[in-house]
Design a protein around this ligand. Structure first.
Ligand SMILES: NC(=O)c1ccc[n+]([C@@H]2O[C@H](COP(=O)([O-])OP(=O)(O)OC[C@H]3O[C@@H](n4cnc5c(N)ncnc54)[C@H](O)[C@@H]3O)[C@@H](O)[C@H]2O)c1
Ligand SMILES: O=C(O)C[C@H](O)C(=O)O
Ligand SMILES: [Mn+2]
Length: 568
């Protein structure tokens, strides 16, 4: 049995009890209580971590709503990391939806009203002359592997929220990816908000100002990125929920100088690629055989299209032009096709533009647009993906039309939170007479089939892969998280789908298994980094698994020894 880790610590008394990294609450032993000035600061009985978890779960269960549970768990995280991560790990399937999607959407939209305690680093546009100073104050030059930042312009599908999301995404890195929480930093980049409700709310905690854009925005973000590069040149910088234009621009701008990762673009692309790889095994076809309609061509939609396209090239050997032909992208102004003006189609999406002559027999609406139903009628897609934020957009007519031409239609409504899903899984199952292969962005209960059986709905959420992608890159000390590393991670995830063992089972692994799944992803990513010469470590590929397991952070207390030169 592994012996308990020993930590040398110089904090005492109140400072130790209010430090969530080191606080053990009632679990401090008699020796520790004496050594750290805690006698008289704690009630008599010494609890084990198991007993503390039992008490915390009892308290959690008395909370009336998921939002109240989210708030309770946030407080617990502020008090004691080991207890928080241990508790959530023990009840992963029930609690991931409470601390993350879908409850996180509600928590973020109520951020100012629920606010209790600051977490991570808040960089506000008005304080931009202090970026370096506040960064150093917060990090105290501790070791940092991962920085998660957000400007909160496009939170899930609920839009501009001013502040929020980085801390939840960081916690998932620890829970599912094994990332040491003290080596992560969550950063709120507050450049204002265009959300009128927030601007008019006297309790709004962010900067109550119209969102800064253009050159001023770029200068502010650049000051932050340069500080990251200066002090943590080997860290992975994760961008979350930026507006679509900035998401792609920033990725492009910094990808050659720092290891950057945009989760909505690349994480979503990767999990969807894995999902489709498993689904086509069930349909006994190939990725390149699919006709793929993507509804919503924003950060996620284009990220998915590009990742699937690159997957088709890498796996089935098509060239780019041929692979692009498998895709039909639809946005607010209908099918993306030649001739739509710049006001209707972002330049980045044009590589998937369809030729007009394919559509000359299709009637457009009064604005010259071709809608989803007409695309489905014309293309007979085998795959329909939703990332439009438009709840219910996959109507009964559309789903039934799709099912007429596909033996096993693959339908992935990915817009979060749950209420924004393009179709509810049970409806999709009913309308396809139980033929559909489904995965969703938020968690859903299994579908009931007419034969009485249940169909498990896979959760195609980037959290099934991004913690592993990030941990793998950090583990290998990779200079970049390359497309080939991401594809390696997606392939490993696909290989673990339950449907590969039983075609009636889910097309993605269960979130209850996600720590083990993300570990496999991390190993695949680090192996690929080594293979392609991007790793900063000089290990053999065979050594990666053991190194990964050793680097994983574990929610255990260990034994504390007082040392005036120890950790603080
Ligand atoms: N499951 C996951 O892992 C995952 C990952 C990322 C994003 N998402 C979800 O996907 C959704 C989109 O996220 P995003 O970051 O791409 O946002 P985004 O704002 O960049 O993209 C949304 C796109 O949908 C388009 N759209 C809006 N109304 C439409 C309509 N009526 N018809 C067609 N297109 C329409 C918008 O013009 C935009 O291009 C969100 O709900 C988000 O929660 C899910
Ligand atoms: O946050 C999530 O649940 C997934 C994704 O990053 C999203 O923006 O919806
Ligand atoms: Mn996101």
């Amino acid at each position: 049995m592994a012996s308990e880790p020993v930590f040398r610590i110089c904090l005492r008394g109140e400072t130790l009890l209010t430090n969530p990294k080191f606080n053990k609450g009632t679990a401090f032993s008699p020796e520790e209580r004496r050594a750290f000035g805690l006698i008289g600061r704690l009630p008599h009985r010494i609890n084990t971590l198991d007993e503390q978890c039992q008490r915390a779960i009892d308290q959690l269960e008395s909370q009336q709503s998921d939002l109240a549970k989210n708030t309770f768990l946030q407080s617990l995280k502020d008090q004691n990391w080991v207890l928080y991560y241990s508790l959530v790990s023990r009840h992963l399937r029930e609690l991931i939806p409470v601390i993350y999607t879908p409850t996180e959407a509600e928590a973020i939209s109520n951020y100012s009203h629920l606010f209790r305690r600051s977490e991570g680093l808040y960089l506000t546009f008005t304080d931009q002359d202090y970026i370096e100073e506040s960064f150093l104050e917060q990090t105290k030059c501790r070791e940092i592997d991962l920085i998660v930042c957000s400007d909160a312009e496009a939170i899930l599908g609920i839009g501009d929220q001013g502040v929020g999301i980085s801390t939840a995404k960081s916690a998932i890195y620890t829970l599912l990816g094994g990332m040491d929480p003290s080596k992560t930093l969550s950063v709120t980049l507050d450049v204002g908000t265009n959300n009128e409700e927030l601007l008019n709310d006297p309790l709004y905690v962010g900067w109550p100002h119209q969102r800064i854009c253009g050159e001023n925005y770029d200068v502010f973000i650049d000051k932050f990125v340069q500080v990251v590069r200066k002090y943590y040149p080997h860290s992975l910088l994760h961008f979350e929920d930026f507006g679509v234009t900035n998401a792609y621009r920033l990725l492009q701008k910094y990808k050659d100088t720092h290891a950057v990762f945009n989760d909505d673009v690349q994480g979503t692309g990767a999990v969807t690629l894995a999902c489709l790889m498993a689904a086509v095994t069930v349909t006994k076809s190939k990725l390149s055989d699919q006709r793929i309609v993507i509804y919503g061509a924003g950060s996620a939609g284009l990220g998915i299209a590009r990742q699937l396209r690159d997957g088709i090239i890498a796996i089935d050997g098509l060239d780019t032009a041929e692979a692009n032909k498998r895709f039909y992208l639809i946005d607010k102004f209908g099918l993306i096709r030649d001739g739509l003006g710049q006001d209707k189609v972002r330049e980045a999406v044009r590589e998937f533009s369809r030729h007009n002559d394919e559509w000359k027999d299709v009637e457009t609406n009064g604005n010259g647009e071709i809608g989803l139903l007409d695309v489905v009628k014309t293309v007979h897609p085998t795959v329909l993906i939703g990332c439009s934020t438009q709840g219910g957009a996959f109507t009964e007519e559309i789903v039934r039309e799709m099912a007429k031409h596909a033996d096993k239609p693959i339908i992935l409504p990915l817009s979060n939170p749950s209420r924004l899903h393009e179709v509810r899984p049970q409806d999709a199952m009913d309308w396809t007479d139980g033929k559909a292969l489904l995965a969703t962005g938020s968690p859903f209960p299994p579908c009931k089939l007419s034969n009485g059986k249940e169909y498990m709905v896979g959760e195609c959420n980037n959290a099934l892969i991004y913690p592993g992608l990030g941990f793998g890159a950090v583990l290998a000390q990779s200079r970049a998280l390359t497309d080939t590393m991401i594809i390696a991670g997606a392939r490993r995830l696909a290989s673990l789908a339950p449907a590969l063992q039983n075609p009636d089972d889910a097309i993605l692994p269960d979130f209850g298994d996600s720590p083990a799944i993300n570990l496999e992803v991390a190993i695949a990513v680090a192996e690929q980094a080594i293979e392609e010469g991007n790793a900063g470590v000089s290990w053999k590929k065979e050594e990666v698994r053991e190194k990964a397991i050793r680097k994983q952070w574990k929610a255990v207390y260990g034994t504390y020894v007082f040392d005036p030169n120890g950790e603080k």
